[in-house]
Design a protein around this ligand. Sequence first.
Ligand code: SF4
Length: 214
Amino acid sequence: MKRAEKAKKIGEILDRLYPQPDIPLGHRDPFTLLMAVVLSAQTTDAQVNRVTPALFRRASTPAALARMPEHEVLKLIRSCGLAPSKARRLKQMAQAIVDQYDGQVPRDIDELEKLPGVGHKSASVVMSQAFGEPAFPVDTHIHRLAARWGLSNGKDVRKTEADLKKVFPRDEWGKRHLQIIYFGREYCPARNHDKAECPICSWAARRRLRAGAT
Ligand code: SF4
């Protein structure tokens, strides 16, 4: 089966399983989403959602966060992994938005990537989920599933992102990103499971993977 055909069939399955995928990180606007995304590195979305309401109450704008002492930020986010470096990055990011973008989160992926603590994937999440712009954030989970399903043979996430953008229509990118994340969380245990039961790998995976390799 050609990649585009496969992607269409996978898209139909994902639409049936997750017709309207929610954005997993709670937020109010682009800046609060940016904060949540920075906090989500090596931390579950559920954990981030536990700390952000208090953080947003205290500082929901770049100017307010830039004014807040770092130790107070740290106190509010302490239960997230890597909290000291995240507190520092959040402060630097807020200050950069105040100094260089007049206090407004830039609606431009290249500018977002220049902010401290914001990599390409995080910038893509904000472009897609806060601004509704076409972007396809690819993390290591999506990278692995795209390879298993034969949608990409990318050696790294950037190549996988380019491959996925080719096989899924532009207006589906944001939705597909979320659906694949939800699919991975629900269906992909760490190891030792029956791939014949999987709604996608059972027919889409390469023969070697269907036979048992993970
Ligand atoms: S077979 Fe396993 S790894 Fe592959 S998509 Fe299904 S659940 Fe995930």
